[in-house]
Design a protein. Structure first.
Length: 316
């Protein structure tokens, strides 16, 4: 690796690390839903279709998985065992294309409805097989009160920030392993799920977008056919010659990434790889499938049209 490449990689990691802590706040925040901002513990929802991935238990984990409701959505945290939940189109609608869906939440929680199941259902309605990845997370206090205190401390003005990791392949190692296992499982069961093994892509939101980019750049055998970065960091990266087509959606008033530059877009263009970028005037961060009054609500329609342009909305 050249010195220039190392510097670019480290710059991306520092930006991503700084953003990671902020991810949780924005993923959990929506002014339109302020009346529902309290975190309310809920029983773990039934997930009869979830398939346990073979990446094992998160090393060193002591807190068990728990769930809560907030902002009209449901969230999982302390995920120690990764799962993949298929949401399949009807046989009559199936196009053979598939998408791994990675919710966001700062690697501390997962917005399972707004950025997971709801996205998967919308994709299945378009004929695209969707697979919601519940990836392993960094541990948080087991009790809700302790979790809320830890978050308040993390986002206080005097909080000490952790040092930036030097290698995203290591920093997000468990999550990348989960994504690789998800791709492997979908391809292994491609015939059963009416999926074309070479037409499997990935879409991620916020921290899930970070995982999507890390999977594309460091995921070795994952090799997504296409990727979508929805309000994730847009830092400059070194783009491989075979980088997949990239779709990006971001709101200009995103408090974390709206004014951080668009190096990722320029990197993809500079490598002469396909990229489409939607910059919405308003929408904030974490809009996902919420039906807001801003034009950011149209991101899914734009993404669907982009998939269609690339031939993924009809059988091959």
């Amino acid at each position: 690796m050249t010195l220039a490449t190392q510097l670019k990689t480290r710059g991306l990691v520092r930006a991503n690390a700084a953003a990671a802590a902020a991810m949780l706040t924005c993923a959990l925040a929506s002014t339109e839903l302020a009346a529902e901002d309290a975190m309310t513990p809920i029983p773990t929802p039934a997930q009869p279709d979830a398939i346990t991935l073979d990446t094992g238990v998160l090393p060193g984990a002591t807190a068990a998985e728990s769930w809560h409701r907030q902002y009209g959505s449901v969230f999982a945290r302390n995920v120690t065992v990764a799962t993949l939940t298929p949401v399949l189109p009807t046989t009559a609608k199936a196009t053979g294309a598939a998408v791994i869906v990675a919710p966001g939440g700062g690697f501390r929680t997962l917005s399972m409805d707004n950025e997971g199941w709801a996205v998967a259902r919308a994709l299945a309605d378009k004929g695209v097989a969707a697979f919601v990845l519940k990836y392993r997370l960094n541990q948080t206090p087991a009790d809700m009160a302790g979790f809320e205190r830890s978050m308040a401390e993390m986002f206080s003005a005097t909080a000490k920030r952790p040092p930036a990791p030097q290698d995203p392949a290591v920093a997000y190692g468990p999550q990348i392993a989960d994504a690789r296992a998800a791709f492997a499982l979908v391809r292994a069961r491609a015939r059963q799920w009416h999926v074309d093994a070479d037409r499997v892509g990935m879409v991620g939101f916020s921290a899930g977008a970070m995982l999507t980019m890390a999977t594309a750049l460091h995921g070795q055998d994952a090799k997504p056919a296409f990727i979508a970065n929805i309000y994730g960091p847009l830092s400059t990266v070194t783009v491989p010659a075979d980088a997949p087509p990239l779709f990006v959606a971001l709101a200009a008033d995103d408090p974390f990434f709206g004014n951080a530059g668009f190096g990722l877009i320029e990197s993809w263009r500079g490598a002469k790889r396909p990229v489409e970028f939607h910059l919405y005037e308003q929408g904030g961060h974490g809009f996902g499938m919420y039906q807001k009054t801003t034009t950011s609500t149209g991101w899914f329609d734009g993404f669907s049209r982009w998939l269609g342009m690339h031939g993924y909305l009809k059988p091959r």
